[in-house]
Design a protein around this ligand. Structure first.
Ligand code: ADP
Ligand code: MG
Length: 243
């Protein structure tokens, strides 16, 4: 579903991704962790070309993202993205937030888009809030709306960038529950998170990135958590801090 081959990226003279190669198969859930500034957000943003790369190749479902000739809006519409900050439109109702991109990007009819959006709102357990505005919802509810909005576009993969790290602790669980549900239904997911409970429960693989934008480890979940003494020193140091 996703293949990154020797991807490197610089901001000016600073290298932020260093020869990163990642493969994600259909239905896999891959957790990306690592210290702040190691390039996790940048890595995930290159997948739907929100950040350009200078070297390497990125393929999403057979589409060459690194190729200038690729129709990026069309490719992006198939990749769901959920950020730390929910980025809902504050002046639109929940229902309209769920509908607008389907109409504008996918060209769906408004009634059809609304039906799909409300199905997804139901799925994240918030159907009764469809007429509210984002500001009337809690952070956890807003993040669930953001997930429903991404799902309304019928994505082939979902990318999450620290979806729970801006939330009050009591709201983390409700968002993780939605993500666990998605994973169990077979959604392909790449998740930047430090929620190691989530990683242990649902991921297939864990990637550890280190400062300088290098992928230091890419291993099965069982290996990652089962044999901590076999991990790289930098990974152990990181895990000791967060576990
Ligand atoms: P992480 O998500 O792991 O915390 P990021 O991908 O956000 O890391 O950042 C990786 C590195 O790139 C950091 O050193 C950060 O300061 C730098 N960086 C991120 N965005 C920009 C930008 N727009 N311009 C210049 N440097 C950036
Ligand atoms: Mg980040």
């Amino acid at each position: 579903m996703i293949e990154m081959k020797s991807v490197s990226k610089w901001y000016g003279a600073t290298q932020v991704l260093n020869d990163c190669s990642v493969k994600i198969n259909k239905g896999e859930v891959v957790v990306v962790c690592g210290p702040s500034g190691s390039g996790k957000s940048t890595l995930i943003k290159t997948i739907n070309a929100l950040e350009p790369i200078q070297k390497g190749e990125i393929w999403v479902d057979g589409i060459a993202v690194h190729d200038r000739a690729t129709n990026l809006p069309k490719m992006r519409s198939r990749v769901g993205m959920v950020f730390q900050h929910f980025e809902l439109f504050p002046h639109l109702s929940v229902a309209d937030n769920l509908t607008i991109a389907q109409v504008k990007v996918l060209g769906r009819r408004k009634d059809e888009a609304k039906k799909r959006g409300l199905q997804m709102l139901e799925r994240v357990g918030l159907i009764e809030h469809q007429h509210k505005f984002p500001g009337q919802l809690s952070g956890g509810q807003q993040q669930r709306v953001a997930i429903a909005r991404a799902l309304s576009m019928d994505p082939i993969i979902m990318l999450f960038d620290e979806p729970t790290s801006a939330l009050d602790p009591e709201m983390v669980g409700e968002v993780l529950d939605v993500m666990v549900g998605l994973a169990s239904e077979g959604m392909t997911m790449m998740v930047v998170t430090h929620e190691m409970g989530f990683a242990r429960k649902v991921s297939n693989r864990v990637i550890f990135m280190d400062v300088g934008g290098r992928i230091l480890e890419d291993t099965t979940k069982d290996e990652f958590f089962g044999n901590i003494e076999d991990r790289q020193p930098r990974t152990r140091e990181f895990l000791n801090k967060i576990l």
